[in-house]
Design a binder for this molecule. Sequence first.
Ligand code: FAD
Ligand code: SIN
Length: 521
Amino acid sequence: MNTDFLVIGSGAAGLSFALKASKAGHVTLVTKGELNECNTNYAQGGICSVTYYPDTFEKHIEDTLICGAGKCDRAAVERVVKLAPQAAKDLVEWGVNFDKTEDGRFDLHREGGHSEHRILHHNDLTGAEIERALIVEVKKNENITVLDHHFAIDLLTQHHLGEIVTRHTRGLACFGAYILNTATNQIITVISKFTVVAAGGCGNIYQTTTNPVVATGDGIAMCHRAKAITKNMQFIQFHPTALYHPGEKPSFLITEAMRGYGAVLKLQNGEEFMQKYHPMKSLAPRDVVARSIDHELKIRGEEFVYLDVRHMPAEETKHHFPNIYEKCKSIGIDITKDYIPVCPAAHYCCGGVTVNENGESSIRRLYVLGESSCTGLHGANRLASNSLSEAFVYSDLAAKHAIEHMDRAHLQEGIEEWNFDGTAAPEEMVLIMQERKELQSIMSNYVGIVRSNLRLDRAFKRLAVIWQETEELYNRTRPCQELCELRNMITVAYLTIRQARECKESVGLHYTIDYPPVKQN
Ligand code: FAD
Ligand code: SIN
């Protein structure tokens, strides 16, 4: 199958790129589940954009840089902050309904690390509203072909023409991807002028995550295999306040906007504790809050702390957070009267595939957007609600760049179809599921919120065993989604551990007891 633009992923980044690129050519958009099954759909807080005085670009830039603990790329920060208002306008044009105040202005929320109210939202269901509106636009666009339940296995490069490629090969280019139709188990070869990896994050490498099951790091792993460069994978963000409800997957998020609204963190004995850790208390940057909770839980041998919003006006709470109110009610918690039990959960991957100012990776004709990418915006710790802005800003820049270079791109010939020789139907699923559980346990216990050299070394050794067993299984098995996901999760876990071992300091989200913190932000 040939196409101008192959887009992998149907979240904020993939859908918005597809809509923009469709003005210049044909887009084939593949996604491994239903169209709206993605991290974007679960976003609650909203999207950052400087909108009204007294907020300014300078303040948003400063908040992002402080949160990123000295590791942000200032140019990327300025780019996203300054282009975010246009991204918000695009969303409104596509039909996204952001909440407004009675006088017609955007109703702005505030979250941890923000010095101003600057988060546009649709009550506490912003991501679902964005997905709804963008999917409507994509479905009516005749230049976009959607292939749902199609799983991207591997990117095509000169390797598939029989050449030896490395991360230093000059002129390394992407020609499309092998895509598994998960309904028929057929593998199709999609040849494209431009390929876009917008495959989201990797929360499922941990036991507890706010990410839906599709977030298995496929995009980052397939780019790594294709010899793209990755960075900052050690900076995995844990959200401090996932609802403590053992067994539920994914963990339900209690948005940080609730703390921006006035909710306060408390211990199980009802005492406040965040004043011990940061002057902004419950609204301190996310890494500080998650680490503080983790510390309190470890010294007390407890599994959750409380979020207390009972002192706020009940009707207002229900009005701002209807989704959270209903969810908690469904498990017997009335948030206007009861404490909400919360604990940290893996939430966001601040690292990813290194890209330039146009979202291009080190491989030509390959753009990486959204959570799979590392633009330099987040540094060592992402400021809340900056990721949606980043996804939309960079999708726009990438689409413009690709369209500009359309006439120089071509459809590569000579790529072989997938070779099934020597492989058989998958063996028992238990082989895959058990390895997956072991991987998640290693990552949660050794590569979590607080790390050490010993734990990282141990994780590396244990992972090597899982890697070897899985590669052997993969080499004798017809690809299926579960096995490919496991392989991708192992790759992403490997990159996380390797880059964590290389990071000889405690900074932002990478906190190790072997190196004293450089600074507490
Ligand atoms: P996603 O939206 O995750 O989309 C990835 C897509 O790729 C999915 O469609 C998936 O099915 C597809 N895919 C993956 N692998 C493959 C494959 N192998 N083949 C085919 N398709 C594949 N950020 C904010 O800015 N504000 C918020 O309020 C906010 N709240 C959040 C709340 C929750 C609970 C979570 C989990 C995240 C939140 N985030 C928030 C982070 C933000 O939602 C994500 O970073 C962002 O939506 C990522 O968009 P994306 O397009 O890169 O990826
Ligand atoms: C939240 O609503 O707390 C999540 C916001 C984010 O992850 O950016």
